[in-house]
Design a binder for this molecule. Structure first.
Ligand SMILES: Nc1ncnc2c1ncn2[C@@H]1O[C@H](COP(=O)(O)OP(=O)(O)OP(=O)(O)O)[C@@H](O)[C@H]1O
Ligand SMILES: [Mg+2]
Length: 276
């Protein structure tokens, strides 16, 4: 992780549309020929995917199909066996990621107060104490978070810890935000609250976001595209577009479009599960 922004690859004039347009249209992340095995189990075998820029992608698929493995490989947390992952068409390890782990209990540093956990990535980026404090406070205010951040993680509920880890991912204002079942530990009220916060942040910042969710309603509700994966070796079973306007609200859940897309996703999912 670093502060550095990816350099733009500028095409010769006349070959491509103007750079800004070309950059906007180009996939943010391009995955080609990705293969990954754990022992003898093939999780990915020559997997291809384009992740569009500035969209919220929900990833949905059967347990153990490789959702976490996929985002871990894109975020550079585990190495693929083969294949390429390109950012803006280039191999880059200089990109700023925000990551919320599926296993939130192991994700926070137990020796740091919640506030310092959130500020930690800023410290790694070499940002001074006063600025770190100001940035965390701005985020707290923006999210309307009311919990006491002077406490240590072990005295916080699972949901509160999860909230802290979501804030830690957001504080760096990442170029790509990865969320691996970020709401799984939250109660229903908090889940609804955090979904709205995530949607609001997404609308405000347009950050490319990859969200793994095991809740199909949530996956569709939040998504511009729903990536449906098959059992491993994982293939793209479908990559469904859902372009309802934002902000989406409770009323969205009963829109004909929403209901139809959700039903389609469920059908694809069940077909994939039956294959197993
Ligand atoms: N470090 C590892 N060593 C061995 N096997 C692993 C490892 N990590 C994942 N696996 C296996 O790879 C497969 C994909 O795991 P992954 O965690 O990506 O699935 P997932 O789709 O995120 O599942 P879930 O819905 O349960 O979170 C599973 O069968 C899992 O057991
Ligand atoms: Mg997982």
């Amino acid at each position: 992780m670093s502060l550095a922004q990816p350099a733009l690859k500028i095409e010769p004039a006349g070959v491509m549309p103007p750079v800004t347009e070309a950059v906007f249209k180009r996939p943010h992340v391009t995955i080609r020929g990705l293969s990954k095995r754990f022992n003898k189990t093939v999780i990915y075998d020559k997997f291809d995917l384009d992740i569009p820029r500035g969209k919220l992608i929900s990833v949905f698929g059967p347990n153990g199909c490789g959702k976490s493995t996929l985002i871990n490989m894109i975020a550079g947390l585990i190495p693929p066996d083969e294949g390429q992952i390109l950012f803006d068409g280039m191999l880059l390890d200089e990109i700023k990621f925000g990551y919320v782990f599926q296993n939130y209990r192991e994700a926070l540093f137990p020796w740091l107060r919640a506030f310092d956990n959130i500020a930690y990535p800023l410290k790694m980026m070499g940002i001074g104490k006063a600025e770190r404090q100001a940035r965390v406070e701005r985020l707290v205010e923006r999210l309307g978070v009311k919990i006491d951040l002077n406490r240590y993680p072990y005295v916080m509920s699972g949901g509160q810890q999860q909230l802290v880890s979501i804030m830690r991912a957001l504080v760096v204002e990442p170029e790509i935000l990865f969320l691996d079942e970020p709401f799984s530990a939250l109660d229903y009220e908090m889940t609804l609250f955090m979904r709205e916060q995530l949607q609001r942040i997404f609308v405000e910042t347009g950050t490319t976001t990859v969200l793994v969710s095991h809740d199909l309603e949530e996956a569709v509700y939040l998504a511009d595209r729903v990536l449906l994966l098959s059992r491993h070796p994982a293939l793209v079973a479908d990559f469904v577009t859902y372009d309802a306007p934002r902000p989406r609200t409770d009323a969205t859940l009963s829109d004909a479009d929403f209901v139809q897309i959700k039903a389609h996703c469920l059908e694809v999912f069940q077909r994939e599960v039956r294959k197993g």
